[in-house]
Design a protein around this ligand. Structure first.
Ligand code: MG
Length: 357
């Protein structure tokens, strides 16, 4: 969860965030569809029964030659190579249970990994998911996470599914996802390929996840500043960008096909992530401040949008999902309208306060 930019909330969002599809029973009460009681805890039913409850809810992967249930899955790699990445979510630094539903957690765990696959120009093919949860967690927690994983795959990366995973016990709810992707015969799009004169473009929102988080930390907390579930729920229509982001996964493949020279996904903030791309490529980036939305400071400093930042040769036609926000220049580091800008962003070791909630 990124730090809060010291900036006011932006005005009306640009309307690019579509609320994610929700599992039919994401907000279900204690009685589940199958008649079981949702207040069952993981500790009461045990690992095998818990797995049996969530397997049917998981999305299947088109690439799976052998899916969950054996010691390992077998997935097709028709390219002869595959991309692989992992991203972990920990209760505390990465989410607050007062604000995120189980469905949100599954959705975001999938989305944040899918965007890393997309950022290579690849098409997501499969996920493995490891979850550690307290023994007194209701089984409905895992069921909600499974539903979120399924709905995110269906909406953002059709054909991608969960091919395996692990379940264990821990005092701290932890969700670790590893994602695989297919390059379909193309070269991977690295961070290091940008050249002077290339167009800098983004697909997806800028700063909306951070604006949502700022809203939660200002209006979704009790008098003591602690995350409050009721207040957070009342803000739901304005916090989806943070709690259940909708990164443009298909835009990664489109960028690769259009000749993108470099790409990454914006997980820690436009400023720090673009500086990573600039540093890897040995160039500087000058942003057009007017293209960064109503609140450029939030756009530059806010993390977790999981939008795709890519560079293209000046003669390339940008895929429809992308819009130009800057240009690659000689030198190093970032400028906005020619003025130097710092390249700081979220660092969990420095920025997490230790608060749970
Ligand atoms: Mg990334």
């Amino acid at each position: 969860m990124p730090s809060l930019p010291d900036a006011p909330l932006p005005g009306t969002p640009e309307g690019e965030v579509t609320p994610p599809a929700r599992g039919a029973d994401a907000d279900a009460g204690p009685v589940e569809d199958d008649g079981s009681v949702g207040s069952d805890t993981l500790g009461a039913i045990g690992e095998s029964a818990a797995l049996a409850r969530i397997f049917p809810r998981l999305p299947t992967a088109a690439s799976a030659l052998l899916g969950p249930g054996d010691d390992s899955a077998v997935i097709a790699a028709p390219d002869g190579r595959f991309v692989v990445t992992t991203d972990m979510m920990i209760h505390g630094p990465d989410f607050r249970l007062a604000w995120s539903t189980p469905h949100d957690l599954g959705w975001k765990a999938a989305a944040s990994n899918l965007s890393d696959v997309a950022a290579m120009g690849a098409v997501p093919s499969g996920l493995v998911v490891a979850i550690a949860a307290p023994a007194d967690s209701p089984v409905s927690l895992l069921e909600g996470i499974a539903d979120g994983l399924r709905d995110a795959c269906d909406a953002l990366a059709p054909g991608c599914g969960v091919v395996g995973g692990d379940l264990s016990v821990s005092a701290t709810l932890t969700i670790a996802v590893t994602a695989f992707g297919d390059l379909e015969g193309r070269s991977p799009v690295l961070r290091s390929g940008a050249s002077i004169g290339d167009v800098v473009a983004v697909a997806g929102v800028l700063g909306e996840a951070a604006a949502s988080l700022l809203l939660l930390f200002t209006e979704g907390v009790d008098a003591d500043g602690r995350p409050d579930a009721r207040l957070g729920a009342a803000l739901r229509s304005r916090t989806s960008a943070q709690l259940a982001p909708t990164p443009p996964i298909a835009a990664g493949r489109a960028a690769a096909l259009a000749g993108a020279t470099a790409m990454l996904d914006l997980s820690d903030g436009l400023a720090i992530d673009s500086a990573r791309l600039a540093g890897a490529s040995g160039i500087g980036i000058d942003f057009d401040g007017g293209s960064l939305g109503p609140n450029p400071a939030m756009a530059l400093g806010g993390g977790e949008d999981h939008s795709l930042l890519a560079t293209f040769p000046p003669e390339a036609s940008l895929p429809s999902e992308f819009r130009q926000i800057g240009v690659c220049v000689a030198g190093s580091g970032l400028t906005v309208d020619g003025h130097p800008h710092d390249s700081s962003g979220w660092d969990p070791y420095r920025d997490w306060t230790g608060l749970l909630g």
